[in-house]
Design a protein around this ligand. Structure first.
Ligand code: PLP
Length: 394
């Protein structure tokens, strides 16, 4: 087999999300598309804002010299400047264009980060449940993921994180609002986490970074406050993506923002720009950089997701499902009525309902519903959710 043993192993363990998505395609053929309710993939269904469409039209209509050419690996200075201005005002941190590196989404940003900061064997603490791709990103850079369970309510367990540190810990990787739980970490939690990082930096006499993966930043509900990581932690790196806030995941556009007082700032920036190149990204897509520099602060209508969340939560609660109501994202992490979440997901699948087992996020005993779907999909799936619950005896 020409595929390496390592990749073969990863493939067999790899993403449940993709697996369910692909099985859904087959199920559509078998049951008919109208009888399949696909909650497997976080592919936003709320349309991009009109500001995005008109900026795209403007930019596409321009002819500038060299507009399709190579550029600095960090991206266009004007785009970075626009982002730095927007974030600086939002986070009250003196950011300049030099602190921003344009990337191919958050996935690109995280791979660049890990490649830059990890020596082989360095450890990254990751609270679970988590976005499973993190494990692969850390491994891509020769690092080791140290998985640390969150508390019952999916809040960070700061004591468990403190205990997971070793002299090889280089970063803590968090994601709030969280995929898959929808949980938002409050200011007190971030302050506590930042204090642990400082304590461990002193103890081991080396930089430890708080890497904050923030593709769902704008998708928060009920006026929940999302604290700024940079306000609390000097050694913070933000990995951002426009995929979800603009509903454009296929366009692969995001950035890295580094705190102006980050340890070894210049070296880390230089390393990241180099890694953007050698990982094969070279630079983030030129057209998209020009588009997003015009629409900082623009986002999809989050009210539509909140409506879907409420529709789903009320519907599932009335059939007896239990869960913590998400504060953000477009995911609901539901307790499986039977211990075996894979078996339960298979039972739902028999009724045409595609979800993802919690085990695929390091959170067994739950399953994830991505509710970035039409309202009709939610409504029409509810009888199947109710029947599966009754059948399970839950
Ligand atoms: N991080 C989290 C938590 C995600 O859910 C996703 C995508 O779903 C990503 C990173 C990757 O984002 P992108 O595809 O925009 O790079």
């Amino acid at each position: 087999m020409p595929v390496s043993k390592k990749i073969q192993g990863m493939l067999s363990r790899s993403s449940w999300i993709r697996k369910m998505f692909e099985e859904g395609l087959l199920l559509r053929q078998k049951l008919g598309p109208e009888n399949v309710f696909d909650f497997s993939l976080g592919n936003p269904n709320v349309p991009p804002p009109i500001e995005f469409d008109s900026a795209l039209r403007d930019v596409a209509g321009q002819t500038l010299p060299g507009q399709h050419g190579y550029m600095p690996n960090a991206g266009y200075p004007e785009t970075r400047e626009a982002i730095a201005g927007y974030l600086g005002r939002k986070f009250k941190v003196p950011l300049t264009f030099e602190h921003i590196i344009m990337t191919c989404g958050a996935a690109g940003a995280l791979n660049v980060t890990m490649k830059t900061i990890l020596d082989p064997g360095d450890e990254v603490i990751i609270p679970t449940p988590y976005f499973v791709e993190y494990g692969f990103y850390v491994d891509n850079a020769g690092g080791v993921a140290r998985l640390v369970p969150t508390k019952e309510d999916f809040g960070l367990d700061l004591e468990a994180i403190r205990s997971a540190f070793t002299e090889r810990t280089r970063a803590v990787l968090i994601n709030s609002p969280n995929n898959p739980t929808g949980r938002v970490y409050d200011a007190e939690t971030i302050r506590g986490l930042a204090a642990i990082l400082e304590e461990k930096e002193r103890l081991y006499n080396r930089a430890v970074y708080l890497v904050s993966d923030e593709p769902y930043n704008e998708i928060v509900y009920d006026g929940v406050e999302l604290p700024s990581i940079m306000e609390f932690c000097r050694n913070s790196i933000i990995a951002y993506s426009y995929s979800k806030c603009l509903s454009v995941p296929g366009e692969r556009i995001g950035y890295l923002a580094l705190h102006p007082e980050l340890a070894e700032l210049k070296d880390v920036l230089g390393g990241m720009i180099f890694c953007n190149r050698i990982l094969g990204f070279i630079n983030a897509p030129a057209l998209m950089q020009r588009v997003i520099s015009r629409i900082q602060g623009v986002q999809v209508n989050v009210g539509e997701y909140q409506w879907k969340r409420d529709l789903l939560c009320e519907g599932l609660r009335s059939c007896g499902y239990t869960f913590a109501k998400p504060e953000g994202t477009f995911y609901l992490f539901v307790r499986s009525p039977v211990d075996d979440d894979v078996a339960y997901v298979r039972a739902l699948q028999k009724r045409g309902i595609l979800t993802t087992p919690g085990v695929g996020f390091g959170g067994p005993g739950y399953f994830r519903i991505a509710y970035c779907v039409d309202d009709a999909t939610i409504r029409n799936a509810l009888p199947g959710f109710a029947e599966t619950m009754m059948e399970s005896g839950g």
